[in-house]
Structures are given as C-alpha cells and as structure tokens.
Design a protein around this ligand. Structure first.
Ligand code: C5J
Length: 221
C-alpha cells in the first residue's frame, strides 16, 4: 500500500496491483485543429499543453505495473450508437459523422478518433470505445475492472468537467476510490476545470481525490 500524502482533500492510499490508470479520451478529435472539440468552437491549445504531464504519469504507471485503460469517445460509422439528440444539438461547424480535416468527426475508424501518438496504448493495454461521456455507460468497463480485481482508479484525460468527471462519478457510485491527476486533465474552459476539481474533492472527497502528477509519480517511485 502506498500513500500520496499531499492528495486533496486528504491522503490517498492505494495498492498499485489493484489500481488502474484510466486515460480518458486523449484523442486527436479533442486536441487537434479540425477535430470534434475545435468544430464546437474551442481553442485546443490548452489541451495539447498537458500531453507531457500525461505521458509522465502513463510511463510511471506502466513502470509500477499498474493496469492501464484508455478510452475513446466515438461512434459506429452508421451512427447507430449516436443518439440524434447528441448529433443534432447546437450549431457546430461540423457534426458527429461529418467529414472533417482529420476524417469523420468522432467515428471509430477515422483518424481523428485515434489516441494521440504520444500516449498511444501499448499491446496489452485495453482501449474502451464509448458512445457516451461516461466510460461505464454501454461498455464492458465495469466487468473488465471486476475481472482484474481493480478497486482504485487514477484518472487523467480530457475534458475535465465532461468525460473525466462523468466517468469518475460513475466509478464512485460503483464503489471505486478515484484520484484525478490535476495537471494531466484539461478543459476548454479554465473556470470549469477549477470548479470540477473543487466539486470532486469537496465534502470529504464526495467524488474522489486530486493530486499532481509529480505527487503521484513520487509515490509510485
Ligand atoms: C466532450 C469529452 N467534451 N471527452 N467529450 O464532449 O470530454
């Protein structure tokens, strides 16, 4: 059992053997120009800036022998798993399934749905494709974690207040202790990220804990 003494709101204790690192949606569609995030009118620059910290965390988790799970938000080419309400909402420059500069937006086998090369999964690491914001909804993630005997989850990913926070809340309700790496997650909206971090750790870790990548890596060393 190891401890991250500086985790907020209080020390986080975990056994790397029963802890998985969950890398949420580090896809070209969220961090590159021409992808889903950009079509919604967002500046992707802040998301690109966390990739080195996320890579450091990923490498430390691999070195510690932790299970690593990557997720991707994407849909089948025929959009049968994309609710019309999701595709039709708002006024993006391109909608899910439309052809964009890095392929069809948020479609499974399009280049934009791929995880960025810096954080690419290695053989043996699981990739969960999810149609929703939460990684438990309509996926095999819950069964997979049960099979692996995982009871703690460390999270990194984009975006903090959407897919990361939704998945943490899903995990928390399923009994997992969850820790979010503060500088390996990012939002297009700085105030949303700050609020999400506060919400997660408020009221005695009501959703979970947060810590910096340096604090997590030091504990794993
Ligand atoms: C969003 C995500 N923001 N991965 N997806 O639509 O957070």
């Amino acid at each position: 059992m190891i401890e991250i003494a500086k985790a907020q709101p209080f020390p986080f204790r975990f056994d790397p053997a029963s802890t998985a690192l969950v890398m949420i949606d580090f896809q070209r569609d969220f961090v590159e120009e021409g992808g889903f995030g950009a079509t919604l009118g967002n500046d992707v620059t802040p998301l690109r800036a966390i990739l080195p910290a996320a890579k450091r965390l990923l490498e430390a988790a691999r070195a510690a022998g932790m299970a690593v799970i990557h997720t991707r938000e994407c849909h089948r080419p025929d959009l049968s798993d994309c609710p019309p309400a999701k595709r039709d909402r708002g006024a993006p420059s391109l909608r899910i399934g439309d052809d964009g500069p890095i392929g069809r937006i948020l479609i499974t086998d399009a280049p934009g749905a791929a995880i960025v090369p810096e954080l690419a999964p290695t053989p043996g690491e699981t990739v969960i494709d999810k149609p929703g914001k939460g990684a438990f909804y309509a996926t095999g993630l819950g069964d997979l974690l049960a099979e692996k005997g995982i009871n703690n989850l460390v999270f990194a990913g984009v975006t903090t207040e959407v897919c990361v926070q939704t998945t943490m809340r899903e995990a928390n309700d399923r009994g997992f202790d969850c820790l979010l790496a503060e500088d390996a997650t990012e939002s297009y909206f700085p105030t949303f990220k700050a609020a999400a971090l506060e919400m997660i750790r408020a009221q005695g870790a009501i959703v979970g804990w947060t810590a910096t990548v340096a604090e997590i890596v030091e504990a794993l060393d």
